[in-house]
Design a protein around this ligand. Structure first.
Ligand SMILES: Nc1ncnc2c1ncn2[C@@H]1O[C@H](COP(=O)(O)OP(=O)(O)OP(=O)(O)O)[C@@H](O)[C@H]1O
Length: 326
């Protein structure tokens, strides 16, 4: 397995549309990376550039330390598992798994050994004679993984599961992927527009919006220290709600006021606000909860709340977090 490095990657489509802008990310071996963001944010374009299905306009892509910008997809040592898993319907599970090895002219007994070994790992031994239409979606995913594993890829690129999957099947697939990653420890890059799925699966989650990487962090860090308003509003449960607040100084202390609410800024946080020039200005408060007003009221009665990152404060103009550690 291998690391993947994306440095200053840009994608401009022939019509001039900038789909990915100055994307920088270092992916370590064995990470489960999830690209997440709303439709059109550029996550599939990024995945397709890593796969070699889309040209990179500028920047440098490395897989396992080697620059692969101009390397053919088949020579990148990646496995692509996209939407419908592209299993050959007329072939059995065994034949599907053996296909890539046959193309490589691997000796027959070697193929047999490798397919059976992968089938054992993936618990597909009892299904080797079946055809894809007689498999559940979770089993199809495992066959697609098996077909990839036997070819020894460095990185797995996984597109979203078919959107027609019902919620229960989606949960099953998620579990299947999670389990496979736990057992096999491969490097995975997975794409979804579902933030809940992203937070459940990713060892690190890469939040994108408008072609720009907003934040790449562990799910915990994304919740505790969202870098900006977009990330704060996009990930985490319950959802974050926002209210404007005025930052005022009185009696040597700093306060944030929103309507009838008044929140004293803890002493150790004051410098961030004075140095940042926020005194006398409006900032944005973010709290997780159904009703921002009610949640804030409850939290302001506990001065420890801000220290526990339960209230997030953002610059209204730049939308960047003021209380974030980064
Ligand atoms: N061939 C193309 N030419 C021009 N623009 C394109 C092309 N392919 C994609 N785009 C645009 O680039 C942007 C990013 O597309 P991309 O498919 O990467 O988004 P996405 O985040 O994966 O969205 P979704 O979740 O809907 O698949 C979109 O605005 C899309 O319309």
């Amino acid at each position: 397995m291998a690391s993947v490095s994306l440095r200053h990657i840009n994608k401009v489509y022939p019509n001039g549309f900038e789909a990915v802008k100055d994307f920088n990310l270092e992916i370590e071996e064995k990470e489960f990376i999830v690209f997440v963001g709303p439709s059109g944010c550029g996550k599939s374009t990024t995945l397709r550039m890593i796969a070699g299905l889309e040209d990179i306009s500028s920047g440098e892509l490395r897989i396992g330390g080697k620059v692969v910008n101009d390397t053919e997809p088949k020579d990148r040592d990646i496995a692509m598992i996209f939407q419908n898993y592209a299993l050959y319907q007329r072939m059995t599970v065994y034949e599907n798994m053996a296909f890539g090895l046959k193309l490589r002219k691997t000796p027959r007994d070697e193929i047999d050994r490798m397919v059976r070994e992968a089938a054992k790992i993936l618990e597909l031994e009892a299904l080797l004679d079946r055809r894809p239409k007689a498999l559940s979606d979770g089993q199809k995913l495992r066959v697609a993984m098996g077909r990839a594993i036997v070819c020894g890829p460095k990185v797995f690129l996984i597109g979203e599961p078919p959107s027609n999957l019902d919620a229960k099947l989606r949960r099953q697939m998620r579990f299947e992927l999670f389990r496979l990653h736990q057992r096999l420890g491969m490097t995975v890059i997975y794409v979804t527009n579902d933030p809940v799925e992203a937070m459940m699966l990713g060892t690190r989650v890469v939040v994108m919006n408008g072609g720009v990487l907003q934040q790449a962090d562990t799910p915990q860090m994304l919740c505790d220290y969202p870098r900006n308003l977009f990330v704060a509003g996009f990930v985490g449960s319950p959802q974050m709600n926002f209210v404007d607040a005025a930052c005022k100084a009185a009696g040597g202390k700093l306060y944030l006021t929103a309507g009838s609410l008044e929140l004293e800024i803890p002493v150790e946080q004051v410098k961030k606000f004075t140095d940042g020039g926020y005194v006398g200005k409006t900032v944005v408060l973010g709290v997780r909860g159904e009703d921002a007003g009610a949640t804030l009221k409850a939290l302001t009665q506990s001065p420890e709340a801000m220290k526990k990152k339960m209230i997030h404060i953002f610059d209204k103009e730049t939308e960047l977090a003021i209380t974030s550690l980064s």
